[in-house]
Design a protein around this ligand. Structure first.
Ligand code: ZN
Length: 237
């Protein structure tokens, strides 16, 4: 039976559940990849959850409010993934109008997630990341203040250190997303990958995801979901 497993893997295309495949890959200690999906849930959420489940991988979803998507928030949590805050509206003009407006956005999405899933979380990602410059347009100096005040209020924020660039352009070939990820892993032991569950019909995230996951397995990374105690990857520019 083990020889038939090897034969199937030799062709490069995986037909077996990933747990069989993992046994052949040496796992590097301390190498962890956190797959993160922003802006969901969406029509793509189910497909993303199916792929994660197939590969036995847990991930983190930084969600916003979407109409008529109640069951998707629950589906993310029921599948064992981390659900986290990314603002209520994702409208920069509202999120970054000022400190009060920012925390109102965070409170609203926090309450909504709690209503839908029973999960109360302080894990968050800033829309555009903590290094975003768009907020200057609405409120100069706001990011510097927010980075301090979110921490004072008990929030933990995460940026990313590997960008799939899946939201940069329409219909980016999936191989391009894969190479964007591959080319920026470098020698990082902790990798936080930015992807999107945006429901954008021209996005190719779902098509690229299986190979992105296989890449991390092949490099010996475990893929885990974040929690409030996960090492924080912050942009410092
Ligand atoms: Zn976003």
């Amino acid at each position: 039976e083990s020889s038939s497993v090897e034969e199937e893997n030799n062709g490069g295309e995986l037909k077996l559940p990933m747990e069989h495949y993992i046994n052949f890959v040496p796992h590097k200690k301390d190498c962890v990849a956190y797959l993160t999906f922003d802006d969901g849930p969406s029509e793509n959420t189910d497909a993303i959850l199916d792929i994660l489940d197939y590969y036995n991988v847990k991930a983190t979803f930084f969600v916003i409010y979407h109409k008529d998507m109640e069951d998707k928030y629950k589906a993310i949590v029921n599948a064992g993934h981390t659900i986290a805050l990314h603002s209520y509206s994702h409208e920069y003009s509202s999120v970054y109008a000022g400190e009060a407006s920012f925390f109102d956005e965070m409170n609203r999405i926090s309450d909504y997630i709690y209503e839908q899933t029973g999960v109360r979380t302080k894990l968050m990602r800033f829309p555009g990341g903590s290094s975003n410059t768009i907020s200057r347009k609405y409120s100069r100096g706001l990011m510097k203040k927010l980075k301090k005040s979110v921490t004072e209020r008990g929030y933990v924020y995460q940026d990313w250190n590997v960008d799939s660039r899946d939201a940069a352009k329409a219909k980016t070939p999936p191989e391009k997303l894969l190479s964007n990820v591959r080319n920026s892993i470098g020698d990082k032991k902790t990798v936080v990958v930015l992807m999107h569950d945006s429901g954008n019909k021209t996005a190719t995230t779902v098509q690229a995801l299986p190979e992105i996951i296989e890449l991390f397995y092949e490099k010996g990374y475990s893929m885990e979901k974040m929690d409030i105690n996960t090492e924080q990857i912050h942009h410092n520019w």
